[in-house]
Write a protein that binds this ligand. Sequence first.
Ligand code: PRX
Length: 631
Amino acid sequence: MTNTTQHTEHTQKVYKPAPEYRNDARIKDYDLSYLNFQKDPEDFWRRIASDLLWFRPWDKVKDWEYPHARWFVNAKCNITYNCLERHLKNNRRNKVALFWRGEDGTEKIYTYDRLYKAVMQFANALQDLGVEKGDVVCIYMPTVPEQVIAMLACARIGAVHTVVFAGYGASSLNQRIVGSEAKVVITADASMRRGKSIPLKPIVEEALIHAPSVERVVVLRIQDPPTCLLDDFEVDFYQIMKKAEKNCPAEVMDAEDTLFILYTSGTTGAPKGIVHTCGGYMVGAYYTTKYVLNVKDDDVYWCTADPGWITGHTYAIYGPLLLGSTIFMTEHTPDYPDVGIWWQLIESYGINVFYTAPTAIRMFMRYGEDWPNEYDLSSLRILASVGEPLNPEAFEWFYKVIGKQRCPIIDTWWQTETGSHMITTLAGEEMKPGYAGKPIPGIMADVIDKDGNPVPPHQAGYLAITAPWPSMMRHVHNDEERYKSYWNTGKQPYYSTNDLAIKDEDGYIMILGRSDDLIIVSGHNIGTAEVESALISHHAVAEAAAIGKPDAVKGNLLKVFVILIEGKIVNEKLIHDLKYHVRQTLGPIAVPSEIEFVDSLPKTRSGKIMRRVLKAQEMGIDPGDISTLDE
Ligand code: PRX
């Protein structure tokens, strides 16, 4: 990488990649690739999809009837056939598919052949439990190889997986099990976190109290001595696997059949079950892992996201397996036993492509350069970021301290709903700190005003995706109205991302934040509504409002304003109780950092809380238009 930086008229720093990085990139000439895509979008996607194996070809690449699109119409496929058999056929049988490191130093290694066999046998075990094509299986597990096996086993037999992050509490888990009508729940008795064994099974037991759809629970028993299981209803992961047949051919799936449902926080009410399909999602995951993250055959690849989030689905599991890569996965948090652990892992596994989140980078910055400098990071070739804006300071640190001014930084913008990357820098392209990048070839996006017209450069507007793409969500599970609310009618229908952005004169897009009531804390979406309703369900609380307060490490902190029921008294115990109550209901990620007790909340005349006003007050800035504020 040459370090020539230049300054545009907006004093924007630009880093130019060195020629060898341009040559190494799979997309060498962005403008040309984009032009090729624009000339014939369907042919563009047809060519990419043709790299993969299909049991039956499509009759049509795309069928778009607003607001629903079908991709690879009538094609038949199975994503696990492409993640597993495709590589066995291509001489990767003995290649490492997965390196896993436990917190206690335990290592597990799966070659493609071993993974293939484990997936088939566990898929048969699920079938023995009565799981059929189309049934929903909820996976609530720590980051262990068995989680990957469980997900792939579902996909193998056409069952729909819905993975729930193991940091969620009983009520959030219950909502997701009930919402998806899961027939089976796969869990573990415990999860290791920062040297402690955190019990998971009691959370599942509580979540199942009002979940009539669940017929069986599969438990991966990690604890010693093993946790007792309830006869018939609860079964042991490895015992059912051992009893099952070994061979399990991949189910023939229609490209438009559901592959998984993944819940994401909504701005109001219950979380939304985002539905992704077998064909289009597979193509999007494959294309972007190959062309954006530029993962090569000899690479060891590490995406630090938990499989409970979309990044974990697409870029910790499906994308790299579709490419036949070697994945590294660990239960290590970035700060335990110390903040050098991730760098130590990069050195010892020779990680080449490292994909993480700005919140982790900002945490490392706080502890200084000495930690990473103690390790040999020369194996790194590509650095990537996701989840929230990578602010210029974090960019510079990542680029200089970790990438040694060599590795391109790929800031990937996308969403649970988009399934795969949409806007990002590419390995051979110029990087502009603070800007995610341009829409990748295959994706049409713009920054527009309320009427759908593009806004001039450097003016804030709404980020919109202006044409359908293969890995787009197909539905919000059982909620057509919520699905429709993403699509904006007008001259030209477009998908509303609910993000605010600006575009510069070169077409680079900077994400400014959400335009709705979602708060992104450490890269996780938290709906103000879910935190508020968790608080209101506490006996001492009358009303509550949640806001995100900018924070140097987490991006945002969760601050809540609470009105207590008459007669309740503020004291340390109450504050502790409220935090504990939110933790039990939603999980640790939604626990407020600050609680302020107030007598009233700013509301519109129709009674809606004006969180914008609270936030402006908190930050000491102008609240903007307050004409609707009720006196
Ligand atoms: O606000 C954007 C932010 O995360 C939101 C999507 O969250 P989720 O569905 O949980 O998916 C996260 C992982 C893809 C977006 O609407 N976001 C995501 N990536 C970036 C980002 N904001 C700025 N820059 C990014 N690279």
